[in-house]
Design a protein around this ligand. Structure first.
Ligand code: MN
Length: 479
């Protein structure tokens, strides 16, 4: 990787936000002066770290306050400066972002274990103060993971486990796929170096053929779209090593993984996504069972695209992903991209998107208000939000996200507490079922309620997985 310079950072920022370049230059000089004389374990000057963090944030098209906070993120902890100084020399928003990031790593508890739980809780709940704090923290963690080779073997393992347990699921929840994939691969390499090597070699052995075929398709599709005057950009995406590992653990051989190499076809507007799909299908026969419309039904982390797996050249099977430029930004960077695609006040825009578009957020607030004990809080988040999720449809086709093992009761409460309290049964995939039925991926669920119902049964408490449902059942009896 080429080393990042101030000019590199400014050039990148100029591509999407040219008006704040001076402010960012000032933050860089400020941080550089404050960290003067400090060196990282790699032997490099300390400023290289915040500079890289800012660069990762700029790749996500973060707003200028976030970039400045990225440059200043270690100054409160490592130098004599105060939050008030930053507020005075820059602005109060930057000061509170830097303060937020600093507080995530600066808590004292009697035992190391207790401290870990408290820290983890702080990291997770900072999402509701200002989600940009967690985004800066993710960028900070990514650069620290990239440079982990300079740390002891113990630290490497410890940081990799923490990354896999906390930061990867958080990155996934807010849709930051690029960061998530890279964090997974780096951690996996430290945790299971032999497996990592084995899969990397397997991947290299098949990759070349796939890439050649994907390239051939790329030129053909791009010519077809240009002829139709549909603005487009086509990229080849290769699955990350950890992603391949997970698929192989499910029993797949490397040749069965049809999105090992995928073609991302990016066009200007939604209508053209569907036109492009038709054009691709006329050129390459689709595997009919492998078509997904995530534009009409976005994933719960707001990922949208059309996916169609087609028969490519030379007997290859290749997945195509068709989306608009805005969808592509959200696919790579998740929540952060809303700042750039919708403009306006960065904090408000992102907090609003979080509230309205990301289902996990409501569950997280619920868990936060239910558990005062840090260990219980962290365990519930892992159990309910970080573990495997299922996606079911309600009667109008909306996708509802639930933790694996959820029942009809969880589903009903997710739709609303009144619905849960008057639940008497359900129709799942056209069959009548009882309320304690466990739901599975892609189930179509229609709840049956009865206003004359006397309320939830007490034993339902043991038949739910989400803490929201459990709280509402308890409230009914205690309220
Ligand atoms: Mn740092």
């Amino acid at each position: 990787m080429n080393s990042v310079t101030l000019n590199g950072l400014l050039d990148l920022i100029n591509t999407y936000n040219s008006k704040d370049v001076e402010k960012i230059k000032k933050a860089y000089e400020y941080a550089k002066t404050l960290h003067n004389g400090q060196v990282r374990q790699s032997g490099e000057e300390y400023i290289t770290h915040p500079l890289n963090v800012a660069y990762i944030l700029a790749e996500m098209h973060a707003d200028s306050d976030t970039i400045c906070a990225g440059l200043l993120h270690d100054t409160l902890e490592d130098t004599n400066i105060t939050k008030e100084d930053i507020a005075h020399d820059f602005n109060p928003q930057i000061a509170s972002l830097v303060d937020g990031v600093t507080k995530l790593s600066k808590m004292n508890f009697s035992s190391k274990e207790e401290q870990n739980f408290a820290n983890t809780r702080k990291i997770i709940t900072s999402i509701s103060d200002d989600v940009r704090i967690i985004i800066i923290k993710l960028a900070d963690r990514l650069h620290n993971m990239r440079t982990l080779k300079f740390k002891s073997a113990f630290k490497q393992k410890e940081n990799s486990i923490e990354t896999m347990e906390i930061f990867v699921p958080l990155a996934y929840l807010i849709g930051a796929y690029r960061i998530k994939s890279e964090l997974e691969d780096i951690s996996f390499r430290y945790l299971k170096p032999d497996k990592y090597k084995e899969i990397e070699e397997k991947k290299l052995s098949v990759e070349e053929n796939y890439i050649e075929c994907a390239n051939e398709m790329l030129y053909k599709i791009s010519r077809i779209l240009n002829d139709r005057e549909i603005p487009n950009e086509i990229k080849i995406r290769i699955k990350n090593i950890y992603g391949i590992y997970k698929r192989m653990c499910e029993g797949n051989k490397i040749n069965d993984i049809h999105d090992l190499v995928a073609l991302k076809v990016i066009v200007d507007e939604i209508d053209n996504c569907y036109i492009t799909l038709g054009l691709i299908h006329r050129e390459y026969k689709p595997i009919n069972s492998r078509f997904k419309d995530y534009i009409s039904c976005p994933k719960t982390n707001m990922y949208s695209s059309l996916h169609s797996t087609v028969f490519g050249p030379s007997d290859t099977i290749i997945q195509t992903q068709i989306r608009t430029f805005d969808m592509d930004k959200i696919a790579s960077f998740g929540l952060t991209a809303y700042f750039d695609t919708e403009k306006g006040n960065a904090r408000e825009t992102m907090q609003k998107a979080l509230n309205e578009k990301f289902q996990f957020y409501k569950s997280l607030s619920e868990i936060d208000s239910t558990f005062s004990d840090n260990r219980q809080f962290v365990n519930q988040v892992k159990y309910e939000l970080f573990s495997s999720l299922i996606y079911v449809y309600n009667s109008n086709g909306d996708v509802i996200e639930l933790p694996i093992g959820s029942t009809v009761i969880d589903f009903a409460y997710k739709l609303g507490s009144e619905i849960g309290n008057t639940l008497v049964g359900a129709v799942v995939n056209d069959k009548f079922v009882s309320v304690d039925t466990i739901l599975h991926n892609k189930d179509r669920v229609k709840v049956i309620t009865n206003e004359l119902s006397f309320g939830p049964r007490l034993e339902w408490e043991n038949k739910v997985r989400t803490s929201y449902a459990r709280t509402k059942i308890k409230d009914f009896y205690n309220g």
